[in-house]
Write a new protein. Structure first.
Length: 207
């Protein structure tokens, strides 16, 4: 069997948030140099990095790259966070006036995967984006890729990899600056049962 490649998912550094509000569309990251330096020590050198083009992920990637060499940094639109549209930055109590009319509610999220905010997108759409990107991923030679992305992106990736309902994936906790590590086989090596992906660790908090 060909040696698998490895994908290291990192959730971006924390951002300034307002209590009881939906996240803003593109806030700045809060960079703690000590934590960034510690996290960088866990990353392999000279890898390709795939980075969501939003500010908080770019700022996290730039900060980490000061302490570990990067072979190439690729901005990938499919990695962006779920777009909360008109709800971005709004108080949840305001939005709840609309959400409480839904017959179906979720135990661990204010919105169910199929709910799309006005002028935004649902988690299911985000899940389809990251699933397509993972399906297209096919390293010709074993290598390691570092992926700097978002809570929803990593949850969607895990839903696809594990073959679980996105409804269940919402309950997976992914902390800021945590590591989620996955092995992936080249498509031509996926000959037997078990699929192409193997999870080595989820939400590993090293800082």
């Amino acid at each position: 069997m060909t040696k698998p490649s490895k994908l290291i998912f990192i959730r971006h550094a924390p951002v300034e948030t307002e209590v009881n509000c939906f996240p803003k569309n593109d806030p700045n990251a809060i960079i703690n140099k000590f934590k960034i330096k510690v996290l960088a020590s866990y990353l392999p050198k000279d890898c390709i990095w795939y980075v969501s083009p939003l500010k908080r992920t770019l700022q996290t990637a730039k900060a980490l790259s000061k302490y570990v060499t990067v072979k190439e940094m690729i901005l990938e639109r499919k990695l962006v966070e779920q777009n909360f549209g008109d709800w971005a930055g709004k108080n949840i109590s305001q939005v709840w006036q609309n959400l409480k009319r839904n017959k179906s509610q979720h135990n661990f999220s204010f919105i169910c995967p199929e709910v799309s905010p006005p002028n935004g997108e649902s988690f299911l759409v985000q899940y389809e984006r990251i699933s397509q990107w993972l399906e297209e991923m096919n390293f010709s030679k074993p290598q390691t890729g570092v992926i700097i992305a978002h809570l929803g992106t990593i949850r969607g990736a895990l839903a696809y990899i594990l073959g679980i309902d996105p409804d269940k994936a919402i309950g997976i906790e992914i902390s800021n600056l945590s590591l989620t590590i996955v092995e992936v086989l080249a498509k031509e090596s996926n000959k037997d049962r078990g699929g192409r992906f193997r999870i080595l660790g989820v939400n590993n908090q090293v800082v």
